[in-house]
Design a protein around this ligand. Structure first.
Ligand SMILES: [Zn+2]
Length: 381
């Protein structure tokens, strides 16, 4: 059509523009656009995930008994993803979790057999939040390649991806779910993994294939007698997965502090953040910590604010030099940030679960890993 218009003389094009049908066409297109926006933001029912299938949760085997001699730190060698050099194809460090654990053992004086090893989440466990359709979509290697952002993986047999990529993720999901039980009994717990905050019930992305935060919260609602949860998401990226999952659930309060200049640009999910703090590229340590301090104080003053569990997504991609986060927070600043969040929870006697989130920088964990352990080895209540 554009070619046809180009071939017309100026007078002829003017005649077309002046015809009523032209305006009808423009109006029709505008009406379609507007009705889509109305449907998307006003009419479409929000996510109906708030009622989790209790039977699946009650019959789950993920809440294992933990002997008292174990520390509330969760990790399994099965977390690490390493095959055919895939870890070198991705900006994220897919074998970082084991190295963090090594730092804790060497620098933090943690006994290897003192760490809690979780079970892998089964299909039934995942169905508490995910749809059958979504889980089925992970049997398509091209879809897995899209989610983990490694295009060559699309040609790999799916059975290989299930074993080498998705199974480690499922093990980390098991760790996140178990962490809530440990935190409830010990006042805090750290999963050296998990924090897949870009994955929602029906959609994965950004290296996040399973919605471990949403799953953890639904298990806590059913098995831990918890009815209100606060998510503190301090990864540099917006946590659009859990935001979509709890879009219509008043039991979950979300504080998200993220860089709006980077992935995922999910403007719909931003509508469901209860307390939104945007930190633009180049934000320094002092600016970052001041904003966090203000946000935590404001949240604490919210009327009827009484969460019974805090899920803290502690992404270290806020570190100065991280190519994905684009912020300028120093290693000490990251440790101060974590201490502020733990202090916030401890002062209010709220059990806290910390997740290491999807981050790249292993150098930072060399500093923060042992520090986390020292900082958070708090007296039992
Ligand atoms: Zn991130």
């Amino acid at each position: 059509m554009s070619f046809r218009v180009m071939m017309l003389s100026g007078d002829e094009s003017n005649r077309i523009i002046l015809k009523p049908t032209f305006y009808f066409a423009v109006l029709a297109i505008a009406a379609i656009e507007v009705s889509y926006l109305v449907y998307r933001y006003l009419i479409r029912p929000r996510n109906k995930m708030s009622t989790a299938p209790q039977e699946l949760i009650i019959s789950s085997k993920l809440y294992i008994d933990i002997p008292p001699n174990k520390v509330p730190i969760i990790y399994s060698p099965g977390y690490d993803i390493s095959f055919l050099g895939m870890e070198k194809m991705h900006p994220f460090d897919s074998a970082k979790w084991g190295r963090v654990c090594q730092f804790l053992i060497i620098g933090g004086g943690l006994a290897k057999d003192g760490i809690v090893e979780p079970r892998e989440a089964s299909k039934e466990d995942l169905l508490v939040v995910h749809t059958e359709l979504y889980l089925k979509s992970l049997r398509n290697s091209a879809n897995v390649a899209r989610i983990i952002e490694v295009p060559p993986v699309a040609v790999f047999p799916n059975c290989l991806l299930q074993q080498k990529v998705l199974s480690p993720f499922r093990k980390q999901v098991g760790g996140t779910i178990l962490a809530a039980k440990l935190a409830k009994h010990r006042s805090w717990a750290i999963n050296i993994g998990g924090g897949f905050h870009h994955c929602s019930r029906e959609k994965g992305g950004g290296f996040c294939a399973y919605a471990d935060i949403s799953l953890c919260i639904h298990y806590a609602f059913v098995l831990l007698d918890i009815s209100s949860v606060m998510i503190i998401d301090l990864d540099a990226h917006q946590g659009n997965g859990h935001e979509m999952d709890f879009s219509n659930d008043d039991r979950v309060y979300i504080l998200d502090m993220y860089n709006p200049d980077i992935y995922p640009f999910d403007f719909e999910a931003r509508r469901y953040i209860n307390h939104r703090v945007e930190v633009v590229s180049g934000t320094t340590t002092e600016q970052y910590l001041a904003k966090l301090n203000t946000a935590l104080n404001e949240v604490a003053e919210t009327p009827n604010f009484k969460p019974q569990l805090v899920i803290y997504n502690a992404g270290t991609d806020i570190l100065d030099g991280d190519p994905l986060g684009r912020l300028k927070v120093s290693p000490c600043g990251v440790i101060n940030r974590d201490e502020m969040v733990f202090q916030f929870a401890h002062e209010r006697n709220i059990p806290i679960v910390m997740l290491t989130s999807v981050v790249k920088n292993i150098q930072l964990q060399k500093h923060t890993g042992p520090a986390h352990f020292r900082c958070h080895r708090v007296p039992q209540p």
